[in-house]
Design a protein around this ligand. Structure first.
Ligand SMILES: NC(=O)C1=CN([C@@H]2O[C@H](COP(=O)(O)OP(=O)(O)OC[C@H]3O[C@@H](n4cnc5c(N)ncnc54)[C@H](O)[C@@H]3O)[C@@H](O)[C@H]2O)C=CC1
Ligand SMILES: O=C(O)[C@@H]1CCC=N1
Length: 278
């Protein structure tokens, strides 16, 4: 089936669900009219209804009208949702994609009790502008479903196939990572204000500089330290600033934050459900 004809149901259209919908519709590979968004407070989906998406709160109907079922509820909400839709899932038609952090495929399968292909994907909110980094994992025998999932997420950014055991790491580095880099840009702009720029100028300079740094890595495929060496003029101001940042724990703070985030991602379901942290 061509992607243009693929019908997608996004169950739990909150922050990431609506970001995915926006990106897919922007990609020209999917039509808003073939994408259904569900959430309980459907009035909050009004802007998406105006853009031609189908919006309602009937998950069973959404599943029955779709080929791809994308689950985007919070970890504590997934059990109730799976219970609600499991009788509507068709092993011969549907692919179930979960972007829910901290809930593994085995747990989802135990809930649905069907052989429907289950794939996990970990995108980030830049998917709304087709700049996501999306990690994808499934069981060994699900190659066709993984290919179909990769094909979908390839239209809205870069993808990487990983083992499921790395999903919590992908959550911290890729999905939470958007917030980490945004905070870094915000901090840079605050420094910029202190040395003389108006807030909007400082943010523009910081954001475009961050974009340039990221593009140097993705376009040139160079190591960050190689590019840093090209900025640090001997006895210059860059190395003074960099060294001061390291004295204050810049790299260490980022590394420790990512570790803590990954530890939390692994426990999201059990914390919410009040289970032991194993
Ligand atoms: N926000 C992000 O950047 C990312 C989030 N995720 C994962 O995606 C999931 C959703 O995260 P957010 O979008 O941030 O949360 P959110 O709270 O904004 O969205 C969840 C939505 O699901 C709806 N919902 C809950 N139960 C439902 C049901 N039975 N039927 C229909 N809708 C229902 C809620 O009303 C809400 O709108 C989480 O599991 C999170 O771990 C994954 C990658 C990135
Ligand atoms: O903060 C969270 O738990 C979710 C998972 C990745 C991004 N947001």
């Amino acid at each position: 089936m061509s992607q243009a004809n693929q019908k997608i149901a996004i169950l739990g259209a909150g922050n990431i669900g609506t970001a995915i919908a926006s990106g897919l519709a922007l990609s020209d590979h999917f039509n808003a009219g073939n994408i259904t968004l569900t959430r309980r407070k459907t009035e909050l989906l009004e802007p998406f209804a105006e853009k031609g998406f189908n919006t309602h709160s009937d998950n069973g109907r959404a599943v029955n009208n779709a080929d791809i079922i994308l689950i985007a509820v919070e970890p504590r909400q997934i059990d109730a949702l799976l219970k609600e839709i499991k009788n509507d899932l068709d092993e011969n038609r549907h692919i179930l994609i979960s972007v829910v952090s901290g809930v593994d495929i085995q747990r989802i399968r135990n809930q649905v009790q069907k052989d429907v292909p289950i794939v996990r994907a970990m995108p980030n909110t830049a998917i709304a502008i087709r700049e996501s980094m999306t990690c994808i994992a499934s069981e060994e025998e699900q190659n066709k479903a993984v290919s179909a999932t990769k094909k979908i997420f390839d239209t809205v950014g870069q993808t990487l196939l990983i083992h499921e055991e790395l999903m919590t790491s992908a959550t911290a580095l890729g999905a939470c990572g958007i917030a980490f880099f945004l905070r870094a840009i915000r901090a840079a702009s605050q420094g910029g204000i202190e040395i003389g720029f108006h807030a909007h100028e400082a943010l523009q300079i910081a954001a475009q500089t961050a974009k340039g740094a990221a593009s140097l890595l993705s376009d040139m495929e160079n190591h960050p330290e190689f590019e840093i060496d090209r900025v640090t003029t001997p006895r210059g101001c860059t190395i003074s600033g960099l060294n001061q940042m390291e004295h204050q724990g810049f790299s260490s703070a980022m590394i420790k934050g990512i570790l803590v985030s990954a530890e939390k991602a692994a426990k999201l379901y059990s914390i919410e459900k009040g289970e032991g942290s194993s």
